[in-house]
Write a protein that binds this ligand. Structure first.
Ligand code: CS2
Length: 485
């Protein structure tokens, strides 16, 4: 049995280790959401930034609820392994984290009030924010928001915690931190700002005004394909490092991070880790959400229907691959033409990334939380295509595939893994074999698709026709027919 990872001395020579003296750098970032994505993305860029630019920018990583990863990292002196799966596996030990916190919101709030913390970053997943995106406001019906509005001094959710920390800093005369959302949400900086302001206004309008004046919420686009860690991840990482590490993560070689330059309290030299700083993230974010994540969601639901476990199997299925290419081409037409983007080249590179033979990215993992993901991945671009009089068929097909999957789950008495899973199951059950009823009831859910899209007969009819075909002849036949059209 190999010893546990705890230092970087005596690791095999092929293993990359921090190129700086960890102890010489203090903590400057509090990160909420110590999931695999953060460990494979922002923390790696921060490791590069510390090596090249120095500064007190190590990360205090925190999970609001789960202790598993924080505890595992604490037992390893904050270290963990990133396994990069390319033509061959590479291992890198990341030193950017300092202490960790798990399942203790009071301790996290205390840390967020520490003047040393100048950036509070988050990867908590779309559903954890509790923001009503249509209203650009805190969502009072979100369980964590509702609980935190009742007990604002003891917050357990994202908006409550950020607001309480900013209130305490304001009262103590401590400069606010920059709040940096690193989740796959459109316009994530302004969105987080709107949620925090909405929450703060309900507590104290003067606090909301102070936040609006003084706190920066830069927008970001984050990208690195990071499947959930499995036993195979841990075994392959251990084979390279000779150390056991339950906090190891696996990822692809590619990584991209586009950030709006808005850091009044300073920031690490993240460009050393490949980050790009721009004045406007929105075009990059739209391209990533609509082409990469939009295809991913199509792959996820089609994969589930076709019995394809991994993304790489889905892109090896010729009719499905053709469908993915059509979806990307249609989505590409919705991007601004003057932002220096090249959606065709981006799409071709994506197909190669999806096909990475070394990565087992489960379609089931991506199929989670559709109601949180699909608005920005499919329905916003579809509305743009509708307005421009473009080709709605690829997005109609993707929508039909999702609905067919929902219908199949309901028929098996299964509930989709989604914050609105029970609602989706009940709607699918009520619609039964009535394709039009399923399309209209699910797509009509509040906040899912823009009204102009749902009310457009051309879109609804295209979805209904495809759903009927999938349910009658199977997805394979429906895709083959679309392919031939
Ligand atoms: C995926 C993303 O699970 C999902 O919904 O689409 O996590 C995707 O892998 C990342 O955004 C890639 O950067």
């Amino acid at each position: 049995m190999n010893p546990r990872l705890s230092g970087t001395e005596d690791l095999p020579s092929g293993v990359e280790v921090p190129r700086y003296d960890r102890a010489a750098h203090g903590v400057g970032i509090l990160h909420l959401g110590l999931g695999a994505f953060h460990r494979a993305h922002q923390a790696v860029a921060t490791d590069d930034a510390l090596a090249s630019g120095g500064g007190d920018w190590r990360i205090l990583g925190a999970n609001l609820r789960s202790r598993e990863i924080p505890d595992a990292m604490a037992a390893q002196n904050g270290l963990y392994t990133v396994l990069v799966r390319g033509p061959e596996n590479r291992a890198r030990v990341i030193g950017a984290h300092g202490p960790t916190l798990g399942g203790d919101p009071a301790a996290i709030l205390e840390a967020a009030c520490d003047p040393a913390i100048r950036i509070l970053s988050l990867t908590v997943s779309e559903k954890a924010y509790g923001i009503d995106r249509a209203a650009m406001d805190a969502d009072e019906t979100h369980p964590a928001v509702a609980a935190d509005l009742r007990a604002p001094e003891a917050p357990t959710g994202v908006l409550g915690l950020i607001t309480a920390a900013l209130a305490a800093r304001r009262a103590a005369g401590i400069a606010p931190f920059t709040a940096l959302s690193c989740d796959n949400l459109p316009d994530n900086g302004p969105l987080l700002r709107a949620g925090v302001l909405g929450f703060a206004r309900r507590r104290d309008p003067a606090l909301a005004d102070w936040i609006a004046e003084n706190v920066a919420f830069p927008a970001t686009m984050v990208d690195r394909i990071t499947p959930a860690t499995t036993a195979r991840t841990l075994a392959d990482a251990e084979a390279l490092t000779g150390r056991s590490d339950p906090a190891a993560v696996e990822t692809e070689p590619f990584s991209q991070w586009v950030i709006e330059e808005q850091f009044p309290q300073g920031r690490p030299l993240w460009e050393a880790g490949g980050a790009e700083f721009v004045a406007d993230v929105r075009p990059h974010e739209a391209m990533k959400l609509r082409l990469l994540n939009g295809s991913h969601s199509l792959i996820a639901y089609a994969g589930q229907l076709l019995g394809l476990e991994f993304v790489r199997q889905a892109v090896a299925d010729r009719p499905l691959a053709a469908q993915i290419v059509r979806l990307m081409a249609a989505a590409g037409t919705t991007l601004p033409g003057n932002a220096g983007l090249d959606p065709d080249a981006y799409g071709r590179a994506l197909m190669e990334r999806f096909a990475n033979p070394a990565i087992d990215h489960r379609t089931r993992q991506i199929a989670m939380d559709g109601t949180e993901k699909l608005p920005q991945r499919w329905f916003a671009p579809a509305a743009g295509i509708l307005r421009a009089g473009g080709d709605l068929r690829p997005h109609a097909m993707a929508s039909a595939i999702w609905l067919a999957w929902l219908g199949r789950l309901a028929a098996r008495e299964e509930t989709p893994d989604d914050p609105r899973g029970a609602v989706l199951r009940d709607l699918a059950r009520a619609a039964g074999a009535d394709d039009a009823a399923l399309v209209r009831s699910v797509l009509g859910l509040p906040g899912l698709a823009p009204a102009e899209l749902v009310e457009a007969p051309a879109f609804a009819e295209a979805v209904i026709a495809r759903l009927a075909l999938i349910r009658r002849e199977g997805l394979g036949a429906a895709l083959a027919r679309d392919d031939a059209a």
